[in-house]
Design a protein around this ligand. Structure first.
Ligand code: GH3
Ligand code: MG
Ligand code: MG
Ligand code: MG
Ligand code: MG
Length: 314
C-alpha cells in the first residue's frame, strides 16, 4: 500500500482494510445542487466504501433522512434551491429532533462566515470547498470516530454489564416516553416487576458466581420470551418488563408461561445444577404517573412474595 510519503506499515494497512470494511455499514447522504460537485464528493466517498445517497436540494435531503433511519452522516451544501443547507439543518435538529445524525457543512472558501453559521445552525463540522482529498477523509473519519464513540457511550449507559439487558436508566426513559405517548385511554400498557425467589439462598448455597449464572440465564429467557417488549434489569435480582399495547390479562398469560418454564427448568453451574422460581407484580396503566405505577407493581410483588412466592399477582 503505497502513498506519497512511502509505504504504509503492515499494521496500518490492516487497520485501513478493517476500517474500509466497517465503512460499508455507514450511509452518507450528499445534499448538493451542483451535479459535478455531488458526483465528485460521492466518488470520494465510494473510494472509502461508504454507502451513498444523493439529494439535489434541502427538501429532498430532509425527506430522505426522515424516510431512512439508517442514514448516519449528512454532507450538505449551503446554497441550494427549494431549501438551503441551514433550513435543512434547522429542520432536522429542531423540528425532527435528529440528534444522532452527524452533519458536515460544505462551505465555499470565499465566504469566511459560512463555517461559523453552519456550526451555529447545528452542524458538527464543515469543509471549505475546494478541499483536498486528505482533508476530506480526515474530516469524514473524524466524524465517524465521534459517531462511534457516542454510540458506544449510549450502549454503555443503557446496558447492564452482567446480563446484557437494558438497565434501569433505559427502562425509566422508555417507560416515561411510552406512558406519555400511550395517553389515549384505549391504548393499554402493562408493567411487570419480577424478583427471583430466595436468591440469597442461591448465593449462600452455590456461591456468588453461580448466582451470577442464574441471573444471566434468567435474563436470557426473558429476552427470548419478551423480545417485542422492553425488558430491563433494574438492579440485583429484580427485573421489569413494559408491555405497550397489552392489557394485564394478556401480559399475565405471557408471564405465566415463563413462570412455568422457569419452575420446570434448571441452570447448570460449576457448583451443580440448580433450579429457581420468581414472583411478579403486574399492573396496567391508569391515570397515574410512572412512579405510582412502579409503586403499585412493587406492592403486588410484595403480596406475591407473602402469599408463598413463585406466583404472579395482578
Ligand atoms: P425474596 O424471595 O424475598 O426476594 O428473597 P431474596 O433472597 O431473593 O431477596 P434478598 O433481597 O434478601 O436478596 C437478594 C440478594 O441478591 C442479595 C444480594 O447479595 C444478591 N445480589 C444482588 N445483586 C447480585 C448480583 O449481581 N450477583 C449475585 N450473585 N447476587 C446478587
Ligand atoms: Mg449549491
Ligand atoms: Mg427481596
Ligand atoms: Mg428476591
Ligand atoms: Mg429483590
Amino acid at each position: 500500500y503505497v502513498q506519497k510519503e512511502g509505504l504504509y506499515s503492515y499494521k496500518y494497512a490492516v487497520n485501513l482494510v478493517n476500517r474500509l470494511h466497517r465503512n460499508r455499514d455507514i450511509k452518507v447522504l450528499v445534499a448538493e445542487d451542483s451535479a459535478v460537485t455531488r458526483w465528485f464528493v460521492a466518488d470520494l466517498l465510494r473510494r472509502h466504501r461508504f454507502q451513498i445517497v444523493e439529494a439535489e436540494n434541502g427538501k429532498q435531503a430532509l425527506e430522505a433522512v426522515l424516510a431512512d433511519d439508517s442514514i448516519d452522516i449528512l454532507l450538505t451544501d449551503y446554497n441550494m434551491p427549494v431549501m438551503d443547507g441551514f433550513q435543512l439543518i434547522h429542520a432536522l435538529r429542531n423540528k425532527h429532533e435528529k440528534v444522532d445524525l452527524v452533519i458536515i457543512g460544505l462551505s465555499s472558501a470565499d465566504d469566511k462566515y459560512l463555517s461559523g453559521k453552519f456550526i451555529k445552525n447545528g452542524a458538527d463540522d464543515f469543509l471549505y470547498k475546494p478541499f483536498s482529498h486528505e482533508e476530506f477523509f480526515c474530516r469524514i473519519m473524524h466524524a465517524v470516530a465521534s459517531m462511534e464513540r457516542t454510540r458506544e457511550l449510549h450502549r454503555l449507559a443503557y446496558t447492564d454489564p452482567l446480563t446484557g439487558l437494558h438497565n434501569r436508566r433505559y427502562f425509566m426513559e422508555q417507560a416515561r416516553k411510552l406512558i406519555t405517548k400511550a395517553d389515549a385511554p384505549e391504548s393499554a400498557l402493562s408493567l411487570a416487576m419480577l424478583d427471583i425467589d430466595h436468591f440469597k439462598h442461591i448465593n449462600d448455597n452455590y456461591g456468588h458466581d453461580a448466582g451470577d449464572l442464574v441471573l444471566i440465564a434468567f435474563a436470557q429467557s426473558l429476552r427470548r420470551a419478551f423480545a417485542r417488549f422492553v425488558v430491563a434489569r433494574m438492579g440485583g435480582e429484580e427485573f421489569c418488563i413494559l408491555f405497550p399495547g397489552l392489557p394485564v390479562d394478556r401480559a399475565a398469560r405471557l408471564l405465566e408461561a415463563v413462570r412455568e418454564q422457569t419452575e420446570a427448568g434448571c441452570v447448570d453451574t460449576p457448583a451443580g445444577s440448580l433450579s429457581f422460581t420468581f414472583s411478579a407484580g403486574l399492573v396496567e396503566r391508569s391515570a397515574g404517573s410512572l412512579d405510582e405505577l412502579l409503586k403499585q407493581a412493587d406492592m403486588r410483588l410484595y403480596t406475591a412474595k407473602e402469599q408463598g412466592r413463585n406466583r404472579i399477582e395482578q
